[in-house]
Ligand binder design. Sequence first.
Ligand SMILES: Cc1cc2nc3c(=O)[nH]c(=O)nc-3n(C[C@H](O)[C@H](O)[C@H](O)COP(=O)(O)OP(=O)(O)OC[C@H]3O[C@@H](n4cnc5c(N)ncnc54)[C@H](O)[C@@H]3O)c2cc1C
Length: 390
Amino acid sequence: MSDATHPLALLDVDSLLVDEEKAIRATVRELVDAQVRPHLAQWYDEGSLPARELALEMGKVGLLGMHLTGYGCAGTSATSYGLACLELEAGDSGIRSLVSVQGSLAMFAIWKHGSEEQKEEWLPRMATGEAIGCFGLTEPDAGSDPAAMRTRARKEAGDWVLDGTKMWITNGSIADVAVVWARTDEGIKGFVVPTDSPGFSAPEIKRKLSLRASVTSELVLEGVRLPADAVLPEVTGLRGPLSCLTEARFGIVFGSLGAARDCLETALRYSAEREIFGRSLASFQLTQAKLADMTLELGKGMLLALHLGRLKDDGRITAAQVSMGKLNNVREAIAIARECRTILGAAGITLEHPVMRHANNLESVLTYEGTSEVHQLVIGNALTGESAFR
Ligand SMILES: Cc1cc2nc3c(=O)[nH]c(=O)nc-3n(C[C@H](O)[C@H](O)[C@H](O)COP(=O)(O)OP(=O)(O)OC[C@H]3O[C@@H](n4cnc5c(N)ncnc54)[C@H](O)[C@@H]3O)c2cc1C
């Protein structure tokens, strides 16, 4: 496809990026094209992911915890991190999830709320991809309402003892360290749990129809005994996990557009090549109306993402603004993926093309890091001052 016809070139979105951002984007795009894209259909089909090998490759180019500073992290801008997420998710939402959970959930929790010893112990190894992290907040009976969590940590002879079950945890079965949120007598607290601790297990959740190239697990904690200094000392209450979720949601604002872009590029290519009623599918007005509308939404989503990136880099972004970005961009991305699938006809339902894979993945992206309904409630709360959550 020539530059002139690329959907994002129509709006000249690149004119809003600085050279460093373009360079980081190019590095991630190259990595995805060389090491991820050629294998995706097979990984998706098999429901597997060589996450450890990939994490090491991503660590080599500084992708893990890239927007954090110190401890071997790259210290890039938030906008650059967003652009990296976009390129990763243009490959597959599962690949972006691997990086989001590692950097924005597990590493960020330790970086922001951890002790100096916890940071020194885990962050450098997580930045290189030698150690993998997961983030356990959701439970079988506590998703959108994490305050309903049952996992408990009690003090016993100077130690902490954790009991409970976490559900739908990305990277769970392959993690070396789990950041686990639990109820204590002092309120909700985070714990840094080495996954080889006795009483900890993480069975993988199988038979998923979405995010198949991603590891999703249950975390089972049965009397897991941890030393007193395993607790994240700098935060108590739900604002701890919520601060991490805002980080990860920000990555999704950009990431979801990567999946949408890949679908739209595929549909543009396919419609140019597909002959129907004696001419190309792209030459029909109905097809062009679809392509034009999708290009508009992709471009608008990109402008929104970049605006939020600049706000975050200025240190002024709010959680409600991140909710606006996540709600809009994931909702539009899934609409684009489904519309592109119609353009591909029957060919669109197979793994020969990435479109339905992206559409299926985006079902999970719509749900995790706050469902669409939760983000509507966050925005509604900001608009009216009334909380309608319960
Ligand atoms: C592939 C995948 C990976 C995940 N990875 C992680 C992870 O790494 N770590 C982690 O902690 N969690 C993870 N999650 C869990 C995810 O964050 C939760 O699924 C999500 O928060 C929603 O919770 P739930 O599934 O229990 O749905 P529920 O909370 O039961 O919601 C069900 C429906 O009710 C709606 N709803 C909820 N509250 C309201 C309300 N007040 N008013 C109206 N409607 C409402 C929701 O929007 C939704 O449509 C992952 C999920 C998936 C699918």
